[in-house]
Design a protein around this ligand. Structure first.
Ligand SMILES: Cc1ncc(COP(=O)(O)O)c(C=O)c1O
Length: 394
């Protein structure tokens, strides 16, 4: 018996996740995957987990296993205030909401803010997971133009001038999928534009701590705090399986985020939040982060030099100063999805970039490459293989 007739209208409207279908082959034996977007298992601080777990049990005892307030475990919220200060974000613990990953915040944002048909402005391309979080609430996506320096402020201004935008969603630093970072001057312009238009910006920032070169950028939240919901996560600097994300949000929005989170999961795992609190307040994060950076930096350099060495001259790629991704653009019309199946035959997988656009006609000639999961030698080999497949296709 089929239950199709029972599905909600909005469920029917959701695209099946084509990307999942495409990526099924990634787990085939011998496949080298540049497709993932996940941290290397060696980046997890396993060596301290026993001690951290014992500390949590000794320090918090049954409290670590009990129901807890929806807003988050108090010691974690307290320590996040200092952590955020190190990122130039002024907050107090009442302003912080802990969620089950930044994905948990994105879903709550969708639930709180989006009515069917509302206009939500997103970068082209943007983070697919945000689209998956927002799409069930049936928004109309409005495209924001980007270049090598991320969002073009003029495009934002034009979209806001058009009126009726519920919110803007941006990943300003080491964006997923492009790796691009919005430079300081543009951040100032963007902050001034959203203040002038009294607009709401969702700033999603999972990657800024993974900086391999260059100077740290101020968050847009620090330039326009009353207009921004700032979201971040411990997924890339601790362990994603613990599902610890958090946000700092203007009071009214925060109130509603808490109410919808109550309905979703009551609160995020108390035990995991206690681990996170000890990881940050015990100084483990500060000591461990350089190890993660030293693990990823050579991988990224290996990928960039392999691209320089072997990719054709009419291909361009981003040169991010951090994060987990490199974005490649081929000549106009070059179909990276057709190429994908040929690359898979040679045991190399990546993500065709068109899936990160809200307009299915865009991004045909783009691909996202991840470098965190494999060693430098394998990266070099995989990029040479891709280059050969590309040359055959050309
Ligand atoms: C831009 C962006 N936002 C949010 C997330 C979700 O992360 P979390 O594990 O905190 O839910 C990711 C994960 O890759 C991401 O790239």
């Amino acid at each position: 018996m089929g239950f199709d007739n029972l599905l909600a209208g909005r469920t029917r409207a959701m695209d099946i996740n084509v990307i999942r279908e495409i990526l099924k082959v990634v787990s085939q034996p011998g496949m080298v995957s540049l497709a993932g977007g996940i941290p290397a298992p060696e980046s997890f601080p396993l060596e301290i987990m026993h001690d951290l777990t014992s500390t949590v049990i000794d320090k918090y005892a049954s409290k670590a296993f009990q129901y807890d307030p929806t807003e988050g475990f108090e010691p974690l919220r307290e320590t996040l205030v200092d952590y955020l200060k190190s990122k130039g974000i002024k907050s107090n613990k009442e302003e912080i909401l802990v969620a089950s990953g930044s994905q948990g915040v994105l879903d709550a944002i969708g639930k709180v803010l989006i009515s069917k048909g509302d206009k939500v402005a997103v970068e082209a391309p943007t983070y697919l997971g945000a689209l998956q979080a927002f799409t069930p609430y049936e928004p109309q996506y409005i495209r924001l133009a980007t270049d090598d320096n991320g969002l073009i402020p003029r495009s934002l201004e034009k979209v806001l001038d058009g009126g009726g935008i519920k919110f803007i969603y941006l990943v300003p630093t080491f964006q997923n999928p492009t790796g691009r970072t919005i430079p300081l001057e543009r951040r100032r312009e963007i902050a001034a534009i959203i203040i002038r238009h009294d607009a709401l910006l969702i700033e999603d920032d999972p990657y800024s701590s993974l900086r391999y070169r260059g100077n740290e950028m101020p968050t847009i939240q620090s330039l326009a705090p009353a207009n921004v919901v700032y979201i971040s996560t411990l997924s890339k600097v601790f362990a994603p399986g613990l599902r610890i994300g958090f946000c700092v949000a203007p009071a009214l929005i925060r109130k509603w985020l808490v109410i919808v989170k109550q309905g979703t999961d009551l609160h995020s795992s108390t035990f995991n939040q206690a681990l996170a609190a000890e990881y940050i307040s015990g100084g483990f994060l500060a000591r461990h982060l350089p190890k993660i950076i030293n693990l990823y930096r050579p991988k990224q350099e290996a990928m960039l030099s392999a691209l320089d060495k072997s990719f054709p001259a009419d291909f361009n790629w981003s040169r991010p100063e951090g994060g987990m991704f490199i974005w490649v653009e081929g000549p106009a019309g070059f179909d990276m999805e057709t190429l994908y199946w040929k690359a898979v035959e040679k045991k190399v997988a990546y993500v065709p970039g068109k899936y990160f656009y809200t307009d299915p006609a865009e991004g045909i000639e783009t691909m996202r490459l991840n470098f965190t999961m494999i060693d430098e030698e394998t990266i070099d080999r995989a990029i040479s293989t891709l280059a050969e497949v590309i040359k055959q296709e050309l």
